[in-house]
Design a protein around this ligand. Sequence first.
Ligand SMILES: *Cc1c(COP(=O)(O)O)cnc(C)c1O
Length: 400
Amino acid sequence: MCHHQYRFLTLSARMKTNTFTNHPPVIQVAADNPPLVAPIYQSVKFSFDDLHEAERHGRGERAGYAYSRIDNPTLQLLQQTLATLQGREHCLLAPSGVAAVSLTLQSLCKQGDHLIVFAEGYGPTRVMVRRVLARFGVRHTVLSIEDHAGIERVLSSTPTRLMTFESPTNPMLKIADVDFLCRLAQQHGCLTVMDNTLAGLHAHGQYPVDVYVHSLTKYANGHGDVLAGAVITNESLHAQLRTDFIAMGAMLDPHAAFLIQRGLKTYGLRYERACQNALAVAQFLEQHPAVSTVHYPGLTSHPQYVLAMQQTGNGGGVVTFSLRGATDTANDCVRKLKLFKLAASLGSTESLVLPPMMLQARDLNAEQQSWAGIGDTTVRLSIGIEEIADLLADLAQALG
Ligand SMILES: *Cc1c(COP(=O)(O)O)cnc(C)c1O
């Protein structure tokens, strides 16, 4: 007994080859026989059996899909997964983390609005605000994330549409006081946009942040083979963001969404292992004579250790340290590392290193750079999931 609906025998009688290959059979999987891994709906279009149903869908009277720039089941699965991880209702996807930031800011701001950005924040976010949004008449103030009095002063004197911040900051791993910032912003009618990439999708959900932005390229995917971004909110902001995101047309591809979904299976294990490794690396560096300072929120010596433990309960997967001596000592160390690959980005399974020259924010003036605190001998490590003994041995030989 053959269960297949089509048999090759029927081809010549019913259709010519080129017709048939463009109208192939549809395989239906019964609801009581689901695949364990969700399929990739790599289809731009979805069809309707009759015009009436297509019209009802167009009017929003029935569920379904029409076009993958607007909605797609593979994307929807990822959206629901990410929203749940972050403890919110809605998620929108973008083709990179920077696209997620940029679409969010474009959607939430209009001409004449004022924003607060931070010297310690992610560089491309500031470039978006200072270079692109400025052309559309959006103003901004650059502050230090540590300058609570300054933030309060600006919010009191200037109506501010939103502030965008991170915790831990990259690369100096300062901890933003998330509760303080959210409450202060709320008092002044200012939205909070938190780039939660470093802390992760499981972090900071307990705070009244209005919009979480993530680069899924980092810990969510974890394997360094796909770019993606997410924007996670509650109901109140979702409708506007969704309508604007669709209008701006930057949608994630279903295959990329599938790879993120697959990466998420080991997200918790990878993040936990990276944190364990990072703590051991930070402890090793702290007692090494060539190292002057270690910046890692999981060390009790970090000035915001208690706040970090309250907010996320871990130090994260990035360790930054400064060496004694001149810039050359840092470059020497970077050159000698073998396991740690010299490469941008973070949050992958393999460990990475960046030298001082590649950490400095170029859009900031000297005073703002001093707030950020990146020194001439500052080195950033993104810690992977390798065996800790191998990572420590590599660092030991590189530090001499
Ligand atoms: C990497 C990163 C981004 C940008 O993500 P892409 O996916 O590379 O575009 C945004 N914010 C932070 C904090 C990041 O580390």
